[in-house]
Every structure is written in structure tokens, then in C-alpha cells.
Design a protein around this ligand. Sequence first.
Ligand code: UDP
Length: 322
Amino acid sequence: MWREKTLELIKRPGGSGRVLITGCAGFIGSWLAEAYSGAGWEVYCVDNFSTGRMENISHLPVRLLRGNVEEVELPRFDLAFHGAALPAPDFYVKRPVEAMLPDSLGLLRVLRRAAESGGRVVFLSSSEVYGDPEVVPTPESYWGRVNPVGVRSPYDESKRFGEALCMAFRREYGVDVRVARIFNTYGPRLDPDSSYARVVTKFLVQALRGEPITVHGDGLQTRSFAYVSDVVNGLITIAHCERCAGEVYNVGSDEEVTILELAKLVKEVAGSASPIVHTPPRPDDPRRRRPDLSKLRALGWEPVVKLKEGLSLTLLWLRSLF
Ligand code: UDP
């Protein structure tokens, strides 16, 4: 799963690096933890298990700090990935106040620790900072179009605040920060049990169970889905680049599909007879989402897993659970 080139980046002589990963028991966090612990790093994991799962990290040699990022005692680190967040729209629409804390109070703690004792910080931001963009494919230079008081704003605006906070710490205290704007990501460990499942997992589970596949609205809204190993490789590339301090990178896939096309592809990959049904549209649902990835490609990174292949890999994992 890990390309040799990326693993070379994180191997340090004697395995002496220490990495702090917040949101470590979650989806992307657990894959980062697996990559770094496999390369001999000392991994400190922060998670409050609001949506993270112990099964995601129980096989890994990590030190677990259980609790909210804004409350636990943070160790000194060489590198930190701040990934603690509640990114599922169904979640942050229902629990908006809780959704605003990790990227405000939580990130503040991580940045303060870096300002006091050094260490590089990679902030796992989101394509949501672009809101419903008028420029697609969207480059990092686009400022976004977010409804600041809409139902998605707790997540969108806390990510925007988090990015501003990173840049403030860089300007005022010289902290080495990098911002990764992650687009829709899927793959094994994206929680299938929760009522807050993201669309790929949700459709695959519906297909496996022979239940109707629920497309919100007309299904002509688009997303570009990236397989988790491509995203984690991108994050590692950003983290270990020597000229990337203070920079912002889109990370994801530029293979854009409509949600209706996704539903059909899921049916095909799962060999499912599930009907496709249309349910009411989500408020403020972005119409198109596709990143311009040229900035990250210029660092030598490239997404390699095509959607159909990634869906089959995710399906294999889901079948092993049911
Ligand atoms: N979606 C859907 N049916 C579902 C869940 C999601 O049609 O059961 C659509 C949703 O309206 C959105 C897209 O799939 O257009 C992606 O939704 P998700 O919750 O995965 O994340 P988002 O990209 O909106 O943050």
C-alpha cells in the first residue's frame, strides 16, 4: 500500500523522530500512524473516540493520549499532523458546537506547543474552505465561497479559522506550518457503522445489503474521490518537503464524478441489485468539487488508485466486517 518513495521520506536513522497525530484513531489519522510507526517513528496518538475507533490503531505500537486535543497534555514533537475533526456533514449539522472545537481550541494547543519547543505542524484542512466554488478545478489561490451562517459553516469556518491561525503562528512566532486541503477521501476504516457515514461507504454498505442507494437531490452534484493511500502519500510528501513551510496544498483526486455515476459504479463493483432512489437535497450541498492538483504534482506526487479499483479494495474490507 505504501509506495517506496514515500516511505523513504519518513525513514530516519535510528527511528528517532517523534510524531504527534491528533485524530489518530480516525480514518486518515490511523493510516498516518501506521505509516510512521512502520518506519520506526515514535508515534503519539491523540483521540477522544467521538468518531475514532480503537480497532483502527489497536494493532499499532503507538502511545495513546485519550481525550480532547484542547485538554490533554501534549508532548514535544518533531512533526505533528493535526487531523482531529468531525468532517461528516450529517455529524456537524447535528452537533455544530462540538464540531467547531478541534480546529480552534485544539489546533491552538498544537501550535502553541510548536511555538514553545519547536516542531513542524501539518494542518489537515479541507476542500470545505472553498465552500461552493465558482472556480472548478479549484486552485489553492481561490479564496472560497462559504455561507458563514449556513448549516455547513461550523466545519467550513473552523477550517478557515484554523488556516488563519496557522499563518498567524508562522508570522508571529516563525512556526513551520503547512496546510493540506484534503478533498473527499474514502477507503478502509472510513466508519461504516456510524449514522454519519460518508457517501462512498454509505453506498457500498447499501449495495452490499441490497438496500436502496439514497442519492440526495438530482445526483448531478459532483465530487472527486481519492483513495486513502494516495492522500496519505500526499500528506507525507508535504510534511517532508524542505521548501514547503507556510505553503498550502490541495490533496485528493481530480477524477470527478456525479453522485449518480458513483451510485451506478458502486452497484456494478458490488454486483448489487439495489435500486437507486432520490431523497431530498441537502441544504448548501456544493454543486461541483474537483481540485487543481498541479501544485502538489510539482513536488513529484501523483494519485495512482483509480475510483473503480479503490471501490473494489474498500468493498473487500467491508465484506471482511460483515
Ligand atoms: N450523498 C448522497 N446520498 C447519501 C449521502 C451523501 O447523495 O446518502 C451526497 C451528498 O449530498 C453530497 C455527496 O454525496 O453531494 C458527498 O457527501 P458526503 O457526506 O460524503 O460529503 P461532502 O462531500 O458533502 O462533505
